[in-house]
Design a protein around this ligand. Structure first.
Ligand code: PRP
Ligand code: MN
Ligand code: MG
Length: 186
């Protein structure tokens, strides 16, 4: 609608693009995790939209769990410190854990989760992320599966937010720079 046109500069991935990435990744994971019962861990809140589409493209007896971790708070820049807001319900000991993330930026959030779950005794800890913003990485973390690389643009939609807004856009768009600038001044 009109309101969205005022904040989105352009679409980066359409619903069809997203579906294609989910189908490809789901198929790959189905092959790679065949015979296993992975524990799929979604990082709240951004990963929710991707996780529900991805798992519906996986033919596995996976189990779901969620962890609410946050490094950005309500802002637009990472605080550099990752906090557990809500921990997993499941015991990861001996489990093949697959972390699902919407986007990896600095890598701090993912690195924190991977290290934590490995330390808790998971048998394996891998990740599947939709968008890999590689040029922003400040920490060394392996990305086993990803949908696409993205440049250093502020993306919103399909789970990704700006100050907790726009997560529910069905596509992924680039936020207009002036929107970021105007709100950064406040
Ligand atoms: C966003 C995003 C990733 C993380 C990536 O989450 O969903 O989890 O930041 O950034 P990083 O690689 O620099 O750590 P955020 O902390 O904003 O919480 P949210 O998922 O609830 O939006
Ligand atoms: Mn997140
Ligand atoms: Mg966020």
């Amino acid at each position: 609608g009109d309101k969205i046109d005022q904040i989105i500069d352009h679409k980066l991935f359409t619903e069809a693009d997203i579906h294609e990435m989910c189908a490809r990744l789901g198929q790959q994971l189905t092959e790679d995790y065949a015979g296993k019962k992975p524990l799929v861990v979604g990082a709240l809140k951004g990963a929710v939209y991707f996780l529900t589409d991805l798992t519906r493209q996986m033919d596995l007896q996976e189990e779901l769990d969620f962890m609410d971790v946050s490094s950005y708070g309500d802002g637009f820049e990472s605080t550099g410190e990752v906090k557990i807001i809500t921990d997993l319900a499941a015991d990861v000991t001996g489990r093949d854990v697959l972390i699902v993330e919407d986007i990896v930026d600095t890598g701090l959030t993912l690195k924190f989760m991977k290290d934590l779950l490995a330390k808790r005794g998971a048998k394996s800890v891998k990740c599947c992320v939709l968008l890999n913003k590689e040029e922003r990485r400040t920490t060394d973390v392996e990305i086993e599966y990803y949908g696409s690389k993205v440049g250093n643009e502020f993306v919103v939609g399909y789970g990704m937010d700006f100050m907790n807004m726009y997560r529910n856009l069905p596509y992924i768009g680039v936020l207009k720079p002036e929107i970021i600038a105007s709100l950064s001044e406040k």
